[in-house]
Design a protein around this ligand. Sequence first.
Ligand SMILES: Cc1cc2nc3c(=O)[nH]c(=O)nc-3n(C[C@H](O)[C@H](O)[C@H](O)COP(=O)(O)O)c2cc1C
Length: 225
Amino acid sequence: MAKEVAAEPSASAADEAGQPYILILYYSRTEGTKNLALHIARGVDSVAGITPRIRTVPELSTAVERTAPPVPDEGAVYCSKGDLADCAGLALGSATRFGNMAAPMKYFLDTTADMWMQNTLVGKPASVFCSTNSIHGGQETTLLTMMVPLFHHGMIIQGLPYAEPALNETATGGTPYGVTHLGKEGGHLSSHETALAAAAGRRLAATALKLLEKKLPENKLLEEN
Ligand SMILES: Cc1cc2nc3c(=O)[nH]c(=O)nc-3n(C[C@H](O)[C@H](O)[C@H](O)COP(=O)(O)O)c2cc1C
């Protein structure tokens, strides 16, 4: 399918207060991924000039046409397409299901074809994160497969460098592909996991700001080539 090059990138990348934001979008049942999201938000918050926006996705019922209310009774607000379209960067997280992201997150991503057609996310930075309950039970496969739709959207994937000391020291979660939680103790994160999650948020926020400052709209580059 031929894609149209948008005249301008989504330049807004800003929240209601006019500040750019990192969308931290996660799906979690037992709070491991959710707690990573909160520490990623802490990292984003430590960078001046950009804020975190935490969102989740609704559960899928067996009858998927049954819709959830737009705002859940508790926890993070459900992500709207606008939340995704206007972000300056994205941290995408999911509980692992059979070595892959969970269906509710995949379902949400499958609703973003219009954004793909319009190059909405092209050139924006993204990181991925996840939670598992076994150390060799698919952390890397979940992270790598979560990157695939983001590549299709033209996003710039940011990993975690071993320059982060906790990545060399952790005996639980933490990978160069993105932050993880090893959920042996439910949603309780280790100190290495929290440090790495905050570092991921900080790094993603810094990258997003640099791209915004340099006004490096990928679509512009496409038009010039
Ligand atoms: C259907 C199903 C499939 C799962 N698949 C895996 C898996 O492949 N590898 C793994 O280590 N844990 C697996 N788990 C366990 C969850 O990934 C783990 O409990 C994780 O920490 C949940 O994240 P959350 O706390 O954010 O909900 C699975 C759980 C369910 C219900």
